[in-house]
Ligand binder design. Sequence first.
Ligand SMILES: *[C@@H]1O[C@H](CO)[C@@H](O)[C@H](O)[C@H]1NC(C)=O
Ligand SMILES: *[C@@H]1O[C@H](CO)[C@@H](O)[C@H](O)[C@H]1NC(C)=O
Length: 342
Amino acid sequence: MITTQSFSAALLLSLPLTALAGLPHQGSLRRYHYDHAKKAALSRRNGPTFKLVDDYNNQTFFDMFDFFTDKDPTNGMVTFVGKEEAQKSGLGFVQDDGTIVLGVDDQTVLQPGQFRKSLHINSKKKYDAGNLFIADFWSMPHGCGTWPAYWTVGDQWPQNGEIDIIEGVNENTSNQITAHTGSSCVLPNTLAKTVGRVVGNQCQTINGDNRGCAFVTDDSITYGHGFNMQGGGVYAHIWTTDAIKVWFFPRGQIPQDIADGNPNPDGWPTPAAIFPGGDQCDLAQGFKQHNIVFDITLCGDWAGPAYAASGCPGTCAQAVADPSNFKVAKFKIASLKVYKQQ
Ligand SMILES: *[C@@H]1O[C@H](CO)[C@@H](O)[C@H](O)[C@H]1NC(C)=O
Ligand SMILES: *[C@@H]1O[C@H](CO)[C@@H](O)[C@H](O)[C@H]1NC(C)=O
């Protein structure tokens, strides 16, 4: 016979209340709920609060971004299209269910060597330290030849910094979170615990090395096919002059305070990546006036050279020519919200 003492708190919480009706010790259960609620309320009062300042939603999204139509600075085999063309060719639009879709042309058959139409959009608004960005994706682009990214960046690269929240190439199964600076900045040897592992600690572009400092998340649900198969999730990052921290929450583990529109990063689990400020990195100097960017390029400086090693067939240019490779090369965005720390 199971006694109430052997129930874990988690199990008790997961049971419908009617299932508990006949159990003794209801008082202590109620007490548990009470303490739990009190603790949650207290931690919310102690930490900073956040006020929604920009809601990139199904009504406003495309009015809040500029379409970048210059040549891809990373040498991808893409033609970035403008707003009208994006809407006309179905590259950027809002689905009937309110989902915001950003994609690559998946219709046109090309000759190897020709460039494919794609998107690169920059938020009209620029942000400084003191903001929390919460992006909820149903799915993200992946596939041979693709190099998608969700990032923020300042003018005059690398002087005003760059933060890459989602980035990878081809059929990657892990995400790379990277910071780039112009001013001196390295990750300290001793870092707070992160889910991601450090793959580079030099954030500054120096002596021609522009790889940045980065964390890779090894769990395949954080990127590409694996991310999409479990319904995507939330990438959240807070940027203050003390630290830049990035979290990933898979679809089934999004904190309730995010769903409630009352985010409380102090209560969230271990971040995927932390870029701390301090003696070794002046975040106020390194990161200024960032636009939010989404882009999907093809081949180019990263996906190109990594193409064969990714197990992709033929050449990257051949992949670009075949539209069927880009059916799932889409960001499907449920919401993007920016909160200001109060
Ligand atoms: C668009 O967003 C609004 C506000 O979040 C929501 O109420 C509405 O249902 C969405 N529209 C669709 C078509 O989902
Ligand atoms: C993505 O795949 C390329 C090889 O195609 C590899 O060089 C790179 O490290 C991978 N990135 C991550 C984040 O796993």
